[in-house]
Design a protein around this ligand. Structure first.
Ligand SMILES: [Zn+2]
Ligand SMILES: [Zn+2]
Length: 176
């Protein structure tokens, strides 16, 4: 569950809180697949609205940047966001959002607070820039394309970068 009805919390005093368990079986992201999302979050009534904090973990399928194989990894992340109401909880009158408040962090007119969009952004940020299936992943041979974790190949270890090859060729001709 990533949507919470916070009408009761909003009607209550500042400092009032609720604790919820999150356990989602899947969540679609553009670049990665989340198999499971779990953890606990606390919703706290503050003057501006509801402050949501939590410790969450996502089981994500990443693609190794060296061998290009998919692998599972668990990414823990902290959730910390303030949500603003769009209507007054007792009168139903629309309320202006404070400067800088984003649509992702508003509580809708039915007092539903939805953490999904921010969770999505948090997971994307938690995914490493260059994911590795294992720290010593041998990767793929750039010459023959074999996965060097599974097999070895006979390609020369030190292949010269083609951009340098031209230059080296020039040098060897001028020496003669
Ligand atoms: Zn790998
Ligand atoms: Zn090779």
């Amino acid at each position: 569950m990533m949507q919470f009805n916070v009408a009761g919390l909003l009607k209550g005093p500042v400092g009032g809180s609720q604790r919820h368990q999150v356990d989602e079986t899947s969540l679609a992201l553009e670049d990665a697949q989340v198999k499971r999302l779990w953890g606990s979050i606390t919703l706290v009534r503050i003057n501006e609205g509801v402050w949501v904090k939590g410790n969450l973990q996502a089981r994500v399928v990443c693609t190794c940047s060296r061998c290009l194989r998919p692998y599972d990894t668990t990414l823990p992340f902290l959730f910390n966001e303030t949500y603003h109401p769009t209507v007054d909880v007792t009168t139903g009158v629309p309320v202006a959002l404070p400067d800088g408040a984003e649509a992702d962090t508003t509580i809708d007119t039915h007092h539903i607070l939805d953490i999904e969009e921010v969770v999505r952004q948090d997971i994307i940020l938690a995914i490493p820039m260059k994911p590795l299936c294992q720290s010593n992943c041998a990767g793929i041979c750039p010459h023959c394309g074999k996965d060097l974790n599974e097999t070895s190949c006979d390609c020369p270890q030190e292949m010269v970068d083609p951009r340098w090859a031209t230059l080296l060729g020039l040098l060897s001709t001028t020496k003669k």
